[in-house]
Design a protein around this ligand. Structure first.
Ligand code: ZN
Length: 860
């Protein structure tokens, strides 16, 4: 089939361009050939036909290096980073020799076109080539795409392929052959180790059933195609640095879907976010029609405009769109069930070669149509950013984040997120004053507020205005609620920061970034560290790791004119005698490393509150934590917690397979974390008794989402709240479903991810460090009955607590007067319930401290 396609490519349209500059072309071809060595096709290089077996990542790297070495005039290879497991991450730039020579000028000029260059020099629109970025294999087990990447780069450098050389005159192609090498190799190594002498296309065969956790995600089981904006993972952090230095005009993310689906390409499905311009919509259609030409000629099935929408901002299609590009997802049938060949419902065998060939075809077709429209692409790209700078996007011209001492840590992490995305912001100077009016995110009303020094301002009129609007608007407007993902991510709620949106641009005097805290404490009675966010947590883990004895206060207290809230950490000399005179240094180091203040106290006699010897001051036992993972456990959910402990707060945990429950020596641990999942051991009496016994003896079970649901079906845990039966029954026909509407019917009972305000009892350690509210991301209707005795209703949904996003109409009633976060006492131990995922994709910053409260403070 490869040969069919290449014949096709040789026959179709580009004669027009060819004729125009035939002479130049011959010269260019001469330059091209003269600069190449013995460049091989991937088939020749590998010694097998691409698509007939799986190529491990290191061999893909070898091939790209081979191409770069032997076509150096037209190819530049750059390693931009490496994965958690140490595999290289590569970008390859392919273009005419002339463009490759001036690659850095092209990049700088492009940033000038986008108003993003620091030098403010005037950009040149003429001669600016189209930048087309092709990203392969973000989902590691959607494996045809890295195979297609090799076929694609070969078509671009193959000296006998004259058409592609024409395209490369006005186009720079950027290929990332594998965004997620760890995930790809997890799949490929598994597959190669279990496939028989011949592949077996029957979907019953084990080679079509990938084991837990699957190769879709990276090392920490994060979906990298949900991480573009948040950049919580090192693959994304390293790649996005490159992306934002290049800013392509066209970006394609290659994927795979179920084995029975036809190929999917642009135009995308509704909902489209309203910031998407007409040009971006139109050009998706132009691209789709170009692909259709090739698919029609080959008789291949495809579909467009369904399923894959453009809304959630952290995908490989939406993120580029919100940053001025035409961003697209292409989906080939296959995925982890695809293997080397899979029998479809229609009785055909879909092979890896078919899959790779389709991706190869759309990849080349994308480059072709981009090259044909290069001038227009440059012009529209420039216009996107010029409009952004002149007019901004959206009704709010400034978003103002109020500076408040307890919010400092989260303001700093918001600023870090803005930096990662190239979003400009400023701090108000010390003499900024004034009263203004704007939309208060927390009250949902227009109100007056004062501008003060230290407030953080994000103005809409900046190059990345579209991204600013998408990330900050209080409510995203959904033209169609049938979306693929969450519908709310407004950053003021995600970070729990008091924010106003103003319809006129706020002017402030320029301030500077708050300076880092430098502690230099000396020998003293003790030290107090406020409990305000992840930096406080990291300070705690650093102290615990060194064996420092730490206490915390259950109540607020005042000492020597300093006020401290609940949860404040206290380190006193008592118990830490072993550190002798080095104790102040240990404190200084831990606090300085985490930018938090160590407050010196000279006495244990407090002015208000309880003295340090009181029972209200708790000694903290360093938790010994086991995280349940493995078959049955949500791999993303478990991965979020694994990553959190290892990479964010640096605290040791033991990962245990949930199915080994009865074989574990649980007395080694005093905290068990149960991420969302379906736990087999909860159906076995002996294991359940073992768990209850462990809790009764003082263990702490922390359950999240689906795990709470499963516990609620036992007779010893909290109870699920059922939907009210009092639905309106007056008109029985209202209830009947219309056949054509069947896909939409489910929306009535759907919450794709929506923000709710939770009322907190912040006198309970589970909510220390919080005000009396919290904004939660609800992704289902799982809520619970209040705990009447033997426990605490720490987080509850009162009436009408939905703030932003979509909620199915028939669920609204159920999500009132219900428990979402609670603590149940059980013998000497506790169960902590989180109905929602506080750690979702690791970007819901304000939830992380509550999770730490469950692990470090509750039950101490
Ligand atoms: Zn995918």
């Amino acid at each position: 089939m490869v040969s069919m396609v290449s014949i096709l490519f040789h026959k179709l349209p580009f004669q027009i361009i060819l004729m125009r500059k035939r002479l130049l072309f011959v010269i260019a071809l001469f330059v091209f050939i003269s600069s190449t060595g013995q460049i091989k096709s991937p088939d020749d290089f590998m010694g097998y036909k691409i698509g007939t077996r799986y190529t491990p990542h290191w061999k893909i790297v070898n091939y790209f290096q081979h191409v770069a070495a032997n076509a150096s005039a037209n190819v530049k290879l750059e390693q931009y980073g490496q994965t958690n497991e140490g595999r290289p991450l590569l970008l390859t730039f392919i273009s005419s020799a002339d463009n490759i020579t001036r690659l850095e000028q092209i990049r700088l000029n492009n940033l000038r076109l986008a108003n993003l260059a620091r030098d403010r020099a005037a950009p040149l629109e003429e001669n600016a080539p189209a930048l087309v970025w092709l990203s392969y294999n973000v989902h590691g087990n959607e494996t045809s795409s890295s195979e297609a990447a090799m076929m694609t780069i070969w078509a671009l450098v193959d000296p006998s392929n004259t058409k592609t050389k024409e395209w490369l005159k006005n186009t720079v192609v950027i290929i990332d052959p594998c965004i997620n090498p760890d995930g790809r190799d997890r799949y490929v190594n598994w597959f190669n180790s279990i496939v028989g002498k011949e592949m077996n296309p029957s979907l019953n065969a084990r080679e079509h059933r990938e084991p837990w956790p699957g190769g879709r995600t990276n090392h920490y089981n994060f979906d990298l195609n949900r991480d573009w904006a948040w950049q919580t993972q090192i693959e994304s952090q390293q790649r996005m640095k490159m992306y934002n230095q290049w800013m392509p005009y066209v970006h394609v993310d290659f994927h795979e879907q179920g084995v029975n689906n036809p190929y999917y390409f642009a135009p995308a499905a509704q909902p489209f976010h309203e910031v998407i311009t007409q040009w971006q919509r139109d050009f998706q259609v132009t691209i789709g029609k170009n692909h259709a030409k090739y698919f029609d000629a080959n008789g291949w099935l495809y579909f467009t405009k369904e399923v894959f929408d453009l809304f959630y901002p952290s995908y490989g299609d939406t993120y580029p769109v919100y940053n001025g590009a035409i961003g697209m997802t292409y989906e080939q049938a296959g995925g982890p069930a695809g293997g080397l060949g899979a029998l479809t419902d229609e009785g055909d065998t879909l092979t890896l070669l078919d899959r790779a060939t389709h991706h190869y075809t759309t990849g080349l077709s994308t480059i072709e149509i981009s090259s044909m429209n290069a001038v227009r692409l440059v012009k529209e790209f420039r216009k996107f950013f010029n409009d952004a700078v002149s007019n901004g996007v959206g009704e709010y011209k400034t978003y103002l984040i109020k500076n408040a001492a307890p919010d400092r840590e989260r303001i700093n992490s918001l600023a870090a997120l803005l930096d990662k995305n190239g979003i400009q912001y400023e701090y108000a100077g010390g003499n900024s004053r004034g009263t203004f009016s704007g939309y208060n995110y927390f009250s949902g009303k227009d109100e007056t507020f004062t501008l003060e020094g230290g407030d953080l301002l994000i103005h809409s009129q900046q190059p990345r205005a579209a991204m600013v609007k998408v990330l900050f608007e209080p409510k995203s407007r959904l033209v169609d609620s049938n979306t693929y993902d969450i519908t709310a991510w407004s950053l003021p709620y995600v970070y729990g920061l008091k924010t106003y949106g103003t319809k006129t641009k706020l002017q402030s005097t320029a301030g500077s970034k708050p300076s880092a805290v430098t502690n230099n404490v000396n020998d003293a009675y003790g030290y107090v560290i406020r409990w305000q966010g992840l930096q406080s947590v990291k300070t705690l883990t650093a102290l615990l790791e060194q064996g420092i004895k730490v206490r915390f206060s259950e109540t607020a207290f005042e000492i020597g004119n300093q006020q401290f809230d609940r949860g404040s950490l206290i380190v006193i000399k008592k118990g830490n005698e072993g550190f002798g005179s080095s104790l102040p240094n240990v404190i200084n180091q831990a606090c300085n490393a985490n930018n938090v203040k160590a407050n010196v106290i000279t006495t244990g006699f407090v002015d208000k509150g309880f003295d340090f010897g009181s029972s209200k001051i708790h000694f903290m036992k360093a938790p010994r934590i086991a995280l349940l993972t493995g078959e049955g456990v949500g791999s993303n959910a478990a991965g979020e917690i694994w990553h959190f402990f290892e990479q964010q707060i640096d605290y040791p945990i033991t990962l245990v397979n949930a199915n080994d429950f009865s074989r574990i020596n649980w007395s080694d641990y005093n905290v068990i974390i149960m991420p969302s999942g379906s736990y087999r051991f909860l159906n076995e009496k002996a294991s359940t008794d073992q768990l209850k016994d462990w809790i009764n003896k003082g263990g702490r079970l922390v359950a999240l989402e689906g795990a709470v649901g499963q516990l609620s079906r036992t007779d010893w845990a909290i109870k699920s709240k059922k939907a009210d039966d009092a639905a309106d029954k007056k008109d029985p026909y209202v209830e009947l479903q219309v056949y054509e509407e069947r896909e939409r019917e489910f929306l009535k009972t759907n919450i794709p991810g929506s923000i709710f305000k939770v009322h907190l009892d912040n006198t309970h350690p589970l909510a220390f460090g919080y005000p009396d509210y919290y904004y939660t991301l609800k992704q289902d209707d799982a809520v619970y009955e209040f705990i009447k005795e033997g426990g605490w209703n720490v987080g509850v949904l009162k009436k009408d607590s939905q703030v932003s996003g979509f909620v199915g109409s028939s669920l609204k009633e159920k999500l009132n007067d219900a428990l979402v976060f609670g603590v149940q006492d059980m013998g000497g131990g506790k169960i902590v319930y989180f109905a929602d995922n506080l750690m979702f994709r690791s970007f819901w910053e304000s939830g992380k401290l509550m999770f730490c409260n469950a692990v470090f403070l509750v039950g101490q």
